[in-house]
Design a protein around this ligand. Structure first.
Ligand SMILES: [Fe+2]
Ligand SMILES: [Fe+2]
Length: 174
């Protein structure tokens, strides 16, 4: 892994945490979610909430630009707003996120797990948050297509899966 990629990963993790400055929260979008999904949305760290709103705003823009059908646009926006709810199952701050962004530093994760009583659990939740989130959403009665988008938001998107591709691009850019 090159120094440049390492630098970008660290930078992205820090900028993600500038949620207080980077987002004018558009809570109107959150209010459009069904109640059960709103409850899940508020379980996320404020940095994740802000990130999801930014991703949803980008997705809306992209969907409008492409003239997408309202049904697909709503599905995409909903998935973007809740795509990281899996991270809300336990409190996860900047530390574990930095550690998980640097898996190539030998011994770092082991050291973190030794020093933090719940470090292993935090890293596990970060690694599995897509599937954890999808399970929570399925239990909350979320539409199957949205659950699917959330479950796969870190998997390589198939060329013909337009919604998954847009969600991933907006997620990476926010
Ligand atoms: Fe994610
Ligand atoms: Fe995300």
């Amino acid at each position: 892994m090159s120094v440049w990629i390492m630098w970008r990963r660290i930078g992205r993790t820090f900028s993600y945490f500038q949620w207080r400055w980077r987002t004018a929260p558009n809570h109107e979008m959150v209010a459009e979610l069904p109640d059960s999904l709103q409850q899940l949305f508020w379980t996320m760290h404020p940095a994740d909430q802000a990130h999801c709103i930014r991703a949803a705003v980008q997705c809306r823009r992209e969907a409008l630009r492409r003239g997408m059908a309202a049904h697909d646009r709503e599905r995409l926006e909903q998935a973007a707003l809740v795509h990281d709810v899996g991270k809300g199952v336990i409190a996860i701050g900047l530390g574990p996120r930095l550690v998980s962004a640097l898996p190539f530093i030998p011994g770092l994760q082991r050291l973190f797990m030794l020093l933090r009583p719940n470090g292993a659990e935090q890293l596990m939740v970060l690694a599995d948050h897509a599937q954890l989130g999808a399970n929570l959403l399925a239990r909350a009665g979320c539409a199957e297509a949205v659950v699917e988008l959330v479950a796969n938001h870190h998997e390589p998107a198939l060329d013909n899966d337009v919604l998954a591709g847009i969600l991933q691009r907006c997620d990476n850019g926010c």
